[in-house]
Design a protein around this ligand. Structure first.
Ligand SMILES: [Zn+2]
Length: 442
């Protein structure tokens, strides 16, 4: 007999069950029933529908209750029901990955990119990876729920456009990358395609799999050998700003009279002051006075890398620590300014300086607290390292596509990214989900 509950309520109940299973390892009918306040009969019916559609699987029996009852059947979200192709264009390479529906990488491939690589060539590389990956998946019957491109530089996600990429200046401005990719893939290609600045996806990665609080305000700061970007989340919602500039903290000018020029053409930008180029210049300049430094053990001054400086500092080398102290000072200045604008509860540090270990993050915290600017106000922001690895951009991008897919009734991008009252927004996708449609999808 059909329930008389309104359709929207039924859909919401189904959505709540799927979301619970997506965010829980495994659960019994009784547990689901208690956690989302539905009768066991209703939960059973919903699970049957999802099992038939392939989205939920039975994963064996749990422990029996204290009263010695029957061992309950356990259910889990079927992460292998579909897959995502996530393509991250870094300043050095194209990292292409396939993820399951938990945004865990199941396959990856790297193509190195030259700084002068033509944008058409990049589009061809992207299309080749998509074709190769989806052809390889054809036999498994898994469904491609979306393709996502994470780019460096300024990106207009609504128009699928690279506004400007300082790392690839030859691309030019306002490049309609998504349109070009769709043309290259041909009319038969039907999966939705998403595109945004990688730092926003890296922030999403922290929301879904990392340190970030479920709701609330935080930011990620990602430092590469050359380049520093940010992803800002206010009250659970990723920020883009009026012209997609939000998070371009690398080009906040901290030292306008400094001789250090930035990749963008200005002087004294945050990213220039903490860049490998500047630190390695200081290494070479300091070589004569610091010959005993472990930085130079079996390594010529010209061969020292930023990673080596970070690692030697973590190991206690005095000269490396002095260099990292300088960087920590610029970080503190940059972060302190951002705190006064956005008042986050957490700043997550990602990237190359995480290799400098506790020493670096403790110095950043100390230098921040030494800075003025409302000195009588205790600024309670936490500064912590990310626990995510080098794939954080690709993983965050895939997680974005998956969340969008399972919450696709929210066609607005911001709604997809928002978290409501501490609860993750429920999917309104039914048993047989359709391709997600959002303002950033094709
Ligand atoms: Zn700059």
């Amino acid at each position: 007999m059909q329930s008389r509950k309104p359709k929207s309520l039924k859909i919401a109940n189904m959505a709540a069950v799927l979301e619970l299973l997506r965010t829980t390892h495994r659960a019994s009918i009784a547990e689901i029933s208690v956690r989302i306040n539905l009768s066991k009969t209703t939960v059973r019916k919903i699970l049957d529908n999802y099992i038939e559609a392939g989205l939920v699987i039975s994963v064996g029996k749990g422990e029996s209750t204290d009263e010695g009852g029957k061992r309950p059947e356990l259910f889990a979200f079927n992460k292998n029901h579909g897959y995502v192709i996530s393509l991250h264009v870094t300043p050095e390479m194209l990292l292409s990955v396939i993820t399951d529906l938990n945004a865990d990488i199941t396959h990856s491939k790297i193509i190195m990119l030259d700084r002068q690589v033509h944008v058409l060539q990049v589009v061809r590389f992207l299309a080749e990876a998509i074709r190769e990956f989806s052809a390889g998946k054809n036999a498994s019957g898994e469904r491609l729920i979306g393709v996502v491109i994470a780019l460096p530089g300024l990106v207009d996600c609504d128009r699928g456009m690279s506004i400007y990429s300082p790392h690839y200046p030859s691309w030019g401005r306002n490049v309609p990358l998504k349109q070009m990719l769709i043309a290259e893939l041909g009319a038969d290609f039907a999966a939705p395609i998403f595109m945004d600045c990688v730092n926003r996806y890296q922030a999403f990665a922290e929301l879904e799999k990392g340190r970030a609080p479920d709701r609330g305000s935080f930011l990620i700061i990602d430092a590469l050998d050359e380049g520093l970007g940010g992803g800002m989340v206010f009250s659970g919602s990723i920020q883009r700003g009026s012209q997609c500039l939000c998070g371009e903290i690398g080009h906040m000018i901290l030292s306008p009279n400094d001789e250090t020029s930035c990749i963008c053409g200005a002087r004294g930008c945050f990213e220039a002051m903490v860049s490998a180029k500047r630190v390695l210049r200081l290494v070479r300049d300091g070589h004569a006075a610091n010959r005993g430094s472990s930085l130079f053990d079996g390594c010529a001054p010209q061969q020292v890398t930023l990673e080596r400086v970070s690692e030697c500092a973590a190991a206690g080398d005095e000269f490396a620590r002095a260099l990292i102290e300088d960087v920590a000072g610029w970080y503190a200045l940059g972060l302190n300014n951002i705190v006064m604008v956005s008042d986050p509860e957490l700043i997550v540090l990602q990237g190359v300086y995480t290799r400098a270990g506790d020493y670096f993050v403790e110095r950043v915290r100390a230098r921040m607290s030494e800075l003025g600017g409302l000195p009588d106000v205790e600024k309670q922001v936490r500064v912590e390292y990310s626990t995510m690895g080098d794939e954080r951009g690709a993983v965050g991008a895939a997680a974005f596509v998956i969340c969008n897919h399972f919450r696709s009734g929210h066609s607005d991008r911001a709604a997809v990214l928002s978290l409501d009252g501490g609860q993750r927004r429920p999917p309104v996708d039914g048993v047989t989900p359709e391709p997600a449609v959002s303002s950033s999808a094709q």
